[in-house]
Ligand binder design. Structure first.
Ligand code: TYD
Length: 143
């Protein structure tokens, strides 16, 4: 299966009441993995492009819990799709081996990232040409 087909938006359960909003994200329930790591990105100017990598092992969920941003995903085979993150109760699921660029951050953007792994720099592919090569060699193995 092409990694691009696995990318999808998720709408998380909400239990808001007259005291305010509450959004729930449970590992292996609302998202398809156990959460091993949380990090969040804020204070990025709207001319900044973050990400610019693919991961051999990690799956991610990205949620703009405040503000807005965009995520461009590429499969290394010429396909790319842009998703807008603009609601605190929606997220995007990113599987392994998908290239991602996060950009167009609003001034108030807080981008929450949930990961299926602990941080391991060696599983990050930060060179796009190398990513394309790996994707093509995997294709050959799959036939
Ligand atoms: P980077 O991967 O460039 O951030 P992003 O993909 O969000 O643009 O990470 C920036 C720095 O932070 C880099 O030196 C690696 C480090 N880092 C960690 O130590 N642990 C982590 O979980 C993450 C995401 C990054």
């Amino acid at each position: 299966m092409n990694a691009m087909d696995l990318v999808h938006m998720l709408d998380f359960p909400q239990k808001g009441d007259d005291r305010g909003h509450l959004v729930i994200v449970e590992g292996m329930d609302d998202i398809p993995f156990e959460i091993k790591r949380i990090f969040y990105i804020y204070g990025s100017d709207n001319n900044v492009v973050r990400g610019q990598h693919a991961n051999r092992k990690s799956e991610f969920i990205l949620i703009n819990v405040a503000g807005t941003s965009k995520v461009r995903v590429k499969d290394g085979k010429g396909n790319e799709v842009v998703y807008s993150l603009n609601r605190p109760h929606t997220g995007i699921y990113l599987p392994r081996m998908i290239w991602k660029d996060m950009y167009d951050f609003s001034e108030d953007s807080v981008l929450l990232c949930l990961a299926s792994t602990h941080y391991d720099a060696s599983e990050y592919i930060r060179n796009y040409d190398e990513f394309v090569k790996i994707i093509n060699s995997e294709n050959q193995i799959e036939g």
